[in-house]
Design a protein around this ligand. Structure first.
Ligand SMILES: NC(=O)c1ccc[n+]([C@@H]2O[C@H](COP(=O)([O-])OP(=O)(O)OC[C@H]3O[C@@H](n4cnc5c(N)ncnc54)[C@H](OP(=O)(O)O)[C@@H]3O)[C@@H](O)[C@H]2O)c1
Length: 217
């Protein structure tokens, strides 16, 4: 049986395109979901693994996959999931978003009533769809340098053991990434704060590469 595809909504954006190419290199079939599939197909043609990547509208990408990565700006999520209402009926959604805002030149997290971006996603999907969070702390440009070996950990949380296991499988399919299961979806609050911390570390140390590795496990 051929495994179903992984859809990546916003898959040609900064975070999405590194993920798409690295997961395609790991052997997965990827459907990039785009608001403008013609333009997205143009971007994908330049990718080395483009034969394992197809492009579709968001609706068609979701219909063709049982795992959907949301690589969208946080403030586009509510409207996008509202437009896609009825399209998600099963499977797993993995949120990578971080609600970072810049206020007077300082990065901060937007106040999210649900507690985190991942819980904001959870609140907008039917209960039959599992939700996990991953790929929130790795910088886009590090992922996007597809020949650069990775060397860090990615935190995974989710609303069930099965959701976390499926997200862990995707993280660990990418060479050099180790998944750290941190438990329930509400832990996304801490993960999103770590991304904010990395942004602050980068600014202070004039880097763009800060990322995380847990010792002691
Ligand atoms: N950049 C990083 O280092 C990084 C690290 C960790 C997590 N993240 C998270 O990853 C998510 C995506 O970030 P990114 O840096 O990849 O953003 P990006 O480059 O702007 O890409 C996001 C993609 O989302 C789609 N999209 C859908 N609705 C949109 C809207 N209203 N406005 C703009 N784009 C829209 C676009 O694809 P189509 O036009 O093809 O539909 C776009 O290419 C964010 O939530 C961010 O917090 C980013």
């Amino acid at each position: 049986v051929q495994p179903r595809s992984i859809a990546i909504l916003g898959g040609t954006g900064r975070q999405g395109r590194g993920l798409a190419q690295r997961l395609a290199s790991a052997g997965y079939r990827i459907v990039v979901g785009s608001r403008n599939p013609t333009q997205a197909a143009e971007s994908v043609r330049a990718w080395r693994v483009s034969d394992r990547v197809s492009v579709a509208t968001y609706v068609d990408a979701v219909a063709r996959a049982d795992r959907v990565i949301l690589a969208l700006p946080f403030d586009a999520i509510a409207a996008t999931l509202e437009r896609l209402r009825g399209t998600f009926t099963r499977g797993l959604v993995i949120d990578v978003s971080v609600p970072v805002v810049f206020e007077a030149g300082q990065a901060a997290l937007a106040r999210v009533p649900e507690g985190s971006a991942a819980e904001h996603v959870r609140a907008r999907l039917p209960p039959e769809v599992a939700v996990a969070a991953a790929f929130k702390t790795i910088p886009a440009h590090v992922l996007d340098e597809v020949d650069r070996p990775l060397d860090c950990d990615e935190f995974v949380c989710g609303d069930s053991g099965d959701a976390r296991a499926a997200a862990v499988e995707l993280v660990e399919a990418i060479a050099g990434l180790r998944a750290i299961d941190v438990g329930p979806l509400s832990r996304a609050r801490s993960i999103e704060h770590l991304t904010l911390l990395a942004i602050g570390i980068n600014r202070r140390h004039k880097s763009q590469d800060a990322r995380f590795r847990i010792v002691g496990l």
